[in-house]
Design a binder for this molecule. Structure first.
Ligand code: 2HG
Ligand code: ZN
Length: 471
C-alpha cells in the first residue's frame, strides 16, 4: 500500500471499522474521541502548541501497542506517541488526522536489580516513581527534572532528556542499557541485555534516544541506577557574570569535590520566582547573577566547600551554604519555569541552547544587546545548566507574530558562537525549521534515510524533528 495523504487518512478514519478495531484492542473506555476529553492530549502546557487528533488511544501493554500500531499502519493513519506531555518543543502534539498513542498506562515497574544497579520499567512510569523505586534499594535514578512527577521514562528516552544531574551522570542516552519498542509496522523490537559491555552491532537504544517518536514507540526500558551522593552541600553564590560562575565551578572541581549540579540564574529570574511563589530573596544586596552548585565528597564536604569559597572572594559577591537537599535554595531554581509562564503576557518562546563554555559570557552579552536593540518589548529570562554549556533562553511578552523572527535571531547568534540550537529539549515542531543550523546537509540526508527505512509510510510522528518527513 502506498502512503496516504492526511486528507485520505481522515476519510479512512471516519470509517467506523477503524475505531471499532481500536476499541477491540484496548477496550472502548480507552479510545477517546470526545473533543473535551482529548484536549489534554492535543495541546501542551506552554500554550504554544495546539494540535488536533481523530482519537486518543491508551493501550495497557506492549501487545496492545503493537496491535494499535498495526491497525494504524494498515489504515495509513499517522500516530503521535505521547508520554506525560511535559515536552517543551511540541514533539508530542499531534497534527490533524493523527491518533495520539498515550503510553501512560504502560506503568509497571518490573524489577529493580540492586546488584546490577538497573531498573526495568514500562514507558509510562514517571521519573519520580522510578526514583522512588530505586530509593527503596538505596539507589537513585540518574535523571532529575523539575517535571519528574509527570515526565515518563518513554518520554525522557524519546527526547534524550538532560536535567539537573546531567553534569554528574550524563543524559538519558547514557543511562539506557536496553529497550523494547514497537516499530512502524507493529513488530516488537527487544534489545534487552543488562550488560554494560555488549558490543554487538549498531547502538539501537542509543539511536532511539532522542528520536522523538519518529522511528519507533518505546514501550519498556532497562536503565542504569546510580549510587546516591553522600554528604551533599549546596551553595548559592551571587556573582557578577557567567564567567565568574564558571571560574568558581572550576575551583570547586579542582578542590576534589564532586559537582552534582551546577545552575545559573539572573537577578530578574530570582525576582520573578519571589513574586510568584513564597520563596524569599537570598541576600540583602542583589547580584546580577547567581550560581547554585551542589557538591558531594566521601568526607568533610562542608569544610572543603567553605575552604574553596573563602579562597574565591574575588569571584563571589555573597554566598550561602546549606546541607543537601537544600530545598529552599533549589526552589529558587526549580520554580523558574512556572513563574515565567505565570508572568508572561503571551506564550513564552522557549529556546534551549548550548555554547562552548569559553564563549558563554560573550554569547550572553551579544544576546542581550541584540534583544535590546531589535526586540525592545521582549523580556528575556536566562537560566540553566551552565556547566554543560546549556542556557534556557526564555523570551516573555513576545507577540506570536514575532516568534519566528525572534527564534531566527537567537539561533543565528548561537550558530555564530558554534553552539547547538537544542541542548536538551529536542527539536519537535518548534525547532525543525532550523535543523540545518545544527546539522550538515549530508547529516540531515543520513537522518532522513534512517527515517525512511524505519518508517517507510511516514506514519510515526510526522512533522516532528525532520523538516519534511517521508510519507
Ligand atoms: C529546566 O531546566 C527545564 O528547568 C525547563 O529544562 C526549562 O522552562 C525551561 O525553559
Ligand atoms: Zn533544563
Amino acid at each position: 500500500m502506498s502512503s496516504r495523504t492526511l486528507v485520505e487518512a481522515r476519510e479512512s478514519a471516519t470509517d467506523a471499522r477503524f475505531f471499532d478495531a481500536l476499541a477491540e484492542i484496548v477496550g472502548e473506555a480507552h479510545v477517546l474521541t470526545d473533543p473535551e476529553l482529548i484536549e489534554g492530549y492535543t495541546r501542551d502546557w506552554t500554550g504554544r502548541w495546539i494540535g488536533d487528533a481523530i482519537a486518543v488511544v491508551r493501550p495497557a501493554d506492549t501487545a496492545e501497542v503493537s496491535a494499535v500500531v498495526t491497525t494504524c499502519f494498515e489504515a495509513g493513519i499517522p500516530i503521535t506517541p505521547q508520554g506525560g506531555n511535559t515536552g517543551l518543543v511540541g514533539g508530542g502534539i499531534p497534527s490533524a488526522g493523527s491518533v495520539v498513542l498515550s503510553t501512560r498506562r504502560l506503568d509497571s515497574i518490573e524489577t529493580v536489580d540492586p546488584i546490577g544497579r538497573t531498573i526495568a520499567a514500562g514507558a509510562g512510569v514517571t521519573v519520580a516513581r522510578a526514583d522512588l523505586a530505586a530509593s527503596a534499594h538505596g539507589l537513585r535514578f540518574g535523571i532529575d527534572l523539575a517535571s519528574k512527577e509527570s515526565a515518563t521514562l518513554g518520554g525522557i528516552v524519546a527526547t534524550n532528556a538532560g536535567g539537573t544531574r546531567m553534569v554528574r551522570y550524563g543524559n538519558t542516552r547514557a543511562q539506557i542499557l536496553g529497550i523494547e519498542a514497537v516499530l512502524a509496522d507493529g513488530s516488537v523490537l527487544s534489545r534487552w541485555t543488562p550488560l554494560v559491555k555488549d558490543n554487538v552491532g549498531y547502538d539501537i537504544p542509543g539511536l532511539l534516544a532522542g528520536s522523538e517518536g519518529t522511528l519507533a514507540i518505546v514501550t519498556k526500558v532497562l536503565m542504569k541506577l546510580v549510587t546516591p551522593a553522600t554528604d551533599t552541600q549546596v551553595v548559592l553564590a551571587g556573582v557578577r557574570d557567567v564567567d565568574q560562575a564558571l571560574q568558581l565551578c572550576n575551583r570547586v572541581h579542582q578542590s576534589g569535590l564532586t559537582v552534582e549540579a551546577a545552575e545559573i540564574m539572573t537577578d530578574d529570574g530570582i525576582s520573578l520566582v519571589c513574586a510568584h511563589t513564597d520563596a524569599r530573596r537570598p541576600f540583602g544586596t542583589p547580584s546580577p547573577m547567581y550560581t547554585l552548585i551542589e557538591v558531594s565528597s566521601p568526607r568533610e564536604t562542608e569544610e572543603s566547600l567553605l575552604e574553596v569559597l573563602s579562597a574565591s572572594a574575588d569571584l563571589i559577591e555573597d554566598a550561602t551554604v546549606e546541607p543537601g537537599p537544600a530545598r529552599k535554595l533549589w526552589t529558587l531554581r526549580e520554580s523558574h519555569t512556572e513563574s515565567i509562564s505565570a508572568s508572561s503576557t503571551t506564550p513564552v518562546v522557549k529556546l534551549d541552547i548550548s555554547v562552548p563554555l569559553s564563549v558563554m559570557g560573550m554569547f550572553i552579552e551579544s544576546l542581550r544587546e541584540v534583544l535590546t536593540e531589535r526586540f525592545v518589548h521582549v523580556r528575556p529570562m536566562l537560566f540553566g545548566h551552565f556547566a554543560d554549556g546549556n542556557i534556557h533562553v526564555n523570551l516573555l511578552d513576545a507577540e506570536p507574530s514575532i516568534a519566528h523572527e525572534l527564534t531566527d535571531t537567537v539561533f543565528e547568534l548561537v550558530s555564530a558562537h558554534h553552539g547547538s540550537i537544542s541542548a536538551e529539549h529536542g527539536i519537535g515542531r518548534a525547532k525543525s525549521p532550523w535543523i540545518a543550523l545544527g546539522r550538515t546537509e549530508t547529516d540531515i540526508a543520513a537522518m532522513k534515510l534512517i527515517k525512511s527505512s524505519w518508517d517507510p509510510r511516514g506514519i510515526l510522528n510526522p512533522g516532528i524533528l525532520l523538516p519534511e518527513t517521508v510519507g
